[in-house]
Design a protein around this ligand. Sequence first.
Ligand code: 5GP
Length: 239
Amino acid sequence: MDREQLLYEGKAKKIFRTDDPEVVRVKYKDDATAFNGEKKGSISGKGELNNRISAFIFEYLGKQGIPHHFVRFLSPKEQLVKHVTILPVEVVVRNRAAGSIVKRLGLQEGQSFPRPVVEFYYKNDDLGDPLINEDHVAFLDLASQEQIRGMRQMALKVNRLLTALMIEKGVDLIDFKLEFGVDQEGKLLLADEISPDTCRFWDHQTGQKLDKDRFRRDLGEVEHAYQEIWNRLGGEKHV
Ligand code: 5GP
């Protein structure tokens, strides 16, 4: 039955049709990939933890006025979301230097930026998701001027809200990636997921990495890091 309803399978999630054409079912997988699919593995419990963490964060952002695709939690690994057309642009916000910007600009990992750095990437596996600017987004016709403005504004608001949420839990938000979709009415909505797969979270006291970098860089205790983020958010709220 699942096979007939499958709309799309990504690296970390499967998307299924539902009886309602405006709603799809997302099933989170334990599969993990990094470096554009070159490194593959599985993180036991990741699907469930990311489903719970992402549901929690989308509900929080929604209450703070961010328009989003999340509808409701369905089961440990599944949630319902609005059927949207995902814009092929990844929006990254950085508060401190880590990951690709360290290599690209020769920075020191952990150094703070005086104000958040917003970046756009072309969501294209064949090209390895290259960094692009707003002019590239426009000429490649990936999003309208209004959508570009909306994505930047919403990304910065998400950064403020998520930074505040996480610091209360003793976690620094280093950077994160967002994706946006457009619904049937043409409205721009925050979409995809927000989880330790898509954010860098460092423990405020110790600087310990509590995110997918533990998998990317073979640091061990990967499951523990995802579980720790869920525990800090209050755990078990959706059970
Ligand atoms: P970087 O450009 O340093 O690799 O990533 C910046 C931030 O965006 C990190 O929090 C990283 O997890 C997230 N990010 C960037 N691209 C992707 C992607 O293709 N998939 C996922 N899951 N996260 C990404």
